[in-house]
Design a binder for this molecule. Structure first.
Ligand code: PMP
Length: 410
């Protein structure tokens, strides 16, 4: 395993990069990490180890295996708290992903706190996961949605931010980094403005958490959500960080076993936070695998990761800009390693399929951010996104393949 930032040894940590032969017997060039990252071997081994040596349910049974599974499961909660600098492991709720984390907050705040005519602010940049739950609340509760718009370069237009708040504003929901455009938002400024206006803040950290240090205590956000699978962990595990005083006031989300204190046929009382929000058997292997992913990323220095990934971003951007009739969508100078682009007169889907024939995996479409696409005047883009295991050769292979594809069309 990589102990410092040595790209050759990092690539060795990801077997899929060596073992996966994709279309036409090409080696995989994986440029779709914003959709999901590849998994280092220690994550795969941790899941294998759990099923082959420890498999049992958590929190209940009286035997050794259950005690060990519970220990590993709860260790991940502690590691997660440490990873984002939460005050305690009790601030961390495991969900199935960022989508469920946002739905949990929408559902529980909706039932306990938001009233007709209250206002929630979202942005034009959000992933659908941070739009649709709020629209449902709007339709069910009669709340209003206000929207922070996008500027032409894909940054949020914050010129009139204060004007969006009033005494009915209860919550601001904003992503830290756009999955469709790469823009990184000034979340500290947004959080401080919301708090000055007595509104809570939910940060969608799904894209940022894998590219930079997150410190929820310093940010002082009320909720922070992300998915393990975009952070070198398994699918089916998400995190909801919440301030304890809010989590304690919120009613439970899903109900059933594990989340109760006492049940009679007349009524039930609930377990303490975080278990109050974790009904049923959780994704034990996934959470344990996520613990291994956190061990993996904790070996890196974020400053080195940032400068390495920024270098890839710049290298690829410069090469793309040399291509005739190519337009980058999202040109903020505060970007994570994501590039969305279109090429005049050629449909993104056609380019994506032909790139796949050379083994280059990119994402094509609206990236579950249709309002952002509309604001930028496009219906879909091609998106390349990088992680620690990418190198300049990946980008050279991609640019070579892209130029070949374009020569077919032109
Ligand atoms: N928010 C953002 C910014 C995302 O990029 C994604 C995943 N593309 C999500 C939310 C939803 O994450 P998941 O599908 O893992 O729940």
């Amino acid at each position: 395993m990589a102990l410092d930032f040595d790209i050759a040894s990092i690539r060795d940590d990801f077997s899929i990069l060596k073992n996966s032969y994709v279309a036409n017997n090409n080696k995989l060039v994986y440029l779709d990490s914003a959709a999901t990252t590849q998994k280092p071997n220690i994550v795969i081994e941790a899941i294998n180890n759990y099923y082959s040596k420890l498999n049992s349910n958590v929190h209940r049974s009286a035997h050794y295996l259950a005690a060990m599974a519970t220990k590993y499961f709860e260790d991940t909660r502690l590691k997660t708290a440490k990873f984002i600098n939460a005050k305690s492991a009790d601030n961390i709720i495991f969900t199935s992903g960022a989508t469920e984390s946002i739905n949990l907050v929408a559902n529980c705040l909706g039932r306990s706190y938001l009233k007709v005519e209250d206002e929630v602010i979202i942005t034009e940049m959000e992933h659908h996961a941070n739009i649709v739950p709020w629209q449902i609340l709007r339709d069910e509760l009669g709340i209003k949605l206000q929207v922070i718009k996008l500027k032409d370069n894909g940054e949020l237009d914050l010129d009139n931010l204060d004007k969006l708040f009033n005494n009915k504003t209860k919550l601001l929901c904003v992503s830290a980094m756009s999955n469709a455009l790469g823009s990184i938002n000034p979340i500290k400024k947004l959080i401080d403005t919301a708090h000055k206006n007595n509104a809570y803040v939910l940060i969608d950290g799904s894209q940022l958490a894998v590219h930079g240090k997150v410190d929820v205590s310093e940010l002082d956000c009320d909720f922070f959500v992300f998915s393990a699978h975009k952070l070198y962990g398994p699918t089916g595990v998400g995190v909801l960080y919440g301030k304890l005083e809010l989590l304690e006031k919120m009613p439970p989300y899903k109900t059933g076993g594990e989340m109760i204190e006492k049940v009679t046929l007349d009524k039930s009382t609930y377990a303490e936070v975080p278990h109050k929000f974790e009904a049923g058997t959780p994704n034990i292997s996934g959470v344990i695998g996520f613990g291994a992913a956190l061990d993996y990323v904790n070996k890196f220095d974020w400053n080195i990761v940032n400068s390495y990934e920024n270098d890839l971003l710049k290298y690829c951007t410069d090469k793309l800009l040399k291509i005739d009739k190519l337009k980058i969508i999202g040109t903020s100078d505060k970007k994570g390693p994501i590039i969305s682009f279109i090429i005049e007169d050629i449909h993104a889907n056609d380019i994506g399929s032909l790139l796949d024939e050379s083994g280059i995996a990119v994402r094509v479409g609206h990236h579950c951010a249709m309002p952002a696409m509309e604001a930028m005047g496009v219906s879909s883009t091609l998106r390349v996104s990088f992680a620690v295991y990418n190198n300049k050769k990946d980008i050279d292979d991609f640019i070579l393949a892209l130029n070949k594809v374009l020569s077919i069309f032109r």
